[in-house]
Design a protein around this ligand. Structure first.
Ligand code: ATP
Ligand code: MG
Length: 260
């Protein structure tokens, strides 16, 4: 990995860029994944590169749903394996969920490379290596899912997901949770719960929440879900962006070193 000076004002952004490039070099991340990452970065600028309140709210609801699930599954793709391999395993463990490799650009080599990376970080059971089922309405490679994973799951977390597949999963009757920095994307609009945050911030926070909430009663968890409104969350994200841009425009950004 290219060494980035810690003193660089954009250190973390450059660091994760290098991680994505490294993911591609390891055969995990697709070329299109690099482009998707760039789109994510752009939206991260708009929210202010921090976890905003609507995302925190969505994460609490997502964790509540997971803790109530019968067959919860956390899906892993090439970008996620490059950015948060260890955090994905910790999150799945904290949520008592199965891990499934599920790729938009599925090739056996990429599946193998991702499985290897996950094992290196301590994953035991990894689903999606020999998927035998297909999501109805999606063509062959894009639709493959594991019989013991997404196929029978009631709740699925599909981060950085394609909108068409998100919609197909919703049509199958799955409760779909996504992490997507773009609140306008089709996935963001189709999911049952949309966490508009960078996956590198969202996963550690969700793991924390899972550990904190695992002793909540069923009633408490159901109450959190009852109160949750994904439409309102998405609107609040848009309003956050608007208000922030309005404020920054008023304050002025020219030659300003830091933005809040
Ligand atoms: P669609 O409208 O079909 O959902 P899309 O814009 O979501 O398309 P994809 O490439 O399928 O495009 O999905 C990648 C999504 O993941 C993008 O919306 C992008 O904003 C988001 N994304 C990229 N990197 C991250 C990240 N690190 N954390 C969270 N979201 C990210
Ligand atoms: Mg998407």
């Amino acid at each position: 990995m290219v060494e980035i000076p810690k003193s660089h004002p954009r250190y973390w952004s450059l660091y994760y860029r290098e991680r994505i490039i490294e993911g591609m070099e390891k055969g995990m991340t697709a070329k299109a994944g690099l482009i998707a990452h760039g789109r994510g970065e752009a939206f991260d600028y708009l929210i202010g590169e921090k976890t905003i309140e609507p995302a925190e709210r969505a994460m609490r609801a997502a964790v509540a749903k997971f803790l109530l699930a019968k067959h919860p599954v956390v899906s892993v793709n090439g970008n996620v394996a490059a950015l948060v391999p260890k955090e994905t395993i910790e999150l799945a463990k904290a949520l008592n969920a199965k891990l499934e490799i599920n790729l938009f650009y599925r090739t056996e080599e990429r599946v193998k490379a991702i499985a290897e990376e996950l094992r290196k970080h301590g994953a035991e059971e990894i689903l999606g290596i020999n998927p035998t089922k297909r999501i109805p309405g999606l063509e062959h490679e894009r639709g493959k899912v594991d019989e013991n994973g997404i196929w029978k799951a009631d709740v699925v977390l599909v981060p950085l997901e394609d909108g068409d597949r998100t919609e197909a999963l919703v049509r199958m009757g799955k409760f779909v949770i996504t992490v997507d920095l773009n609140p306008l994307s089709r996935s963001a609009r189709m999911a049952d719960i949309t966490i508009v945050d960078n996956v590198v911030r969202a996963y550690p926070r969700m793991t924390e929440l899972a550990r904190e909430m695992k002793d909540y009663s069923r009633e408490e968890l159901l109450g959190i879900l009852e109160e949750y409104d994904n439409g309102k969350t998405l609107s609040d994200v848009l309003l956050h962006m608007r208000d922030r841009l309005t404020r920054l425009a008023g304050e002025g950004i020219w030659r300003r070193k830091e933005l809040e």
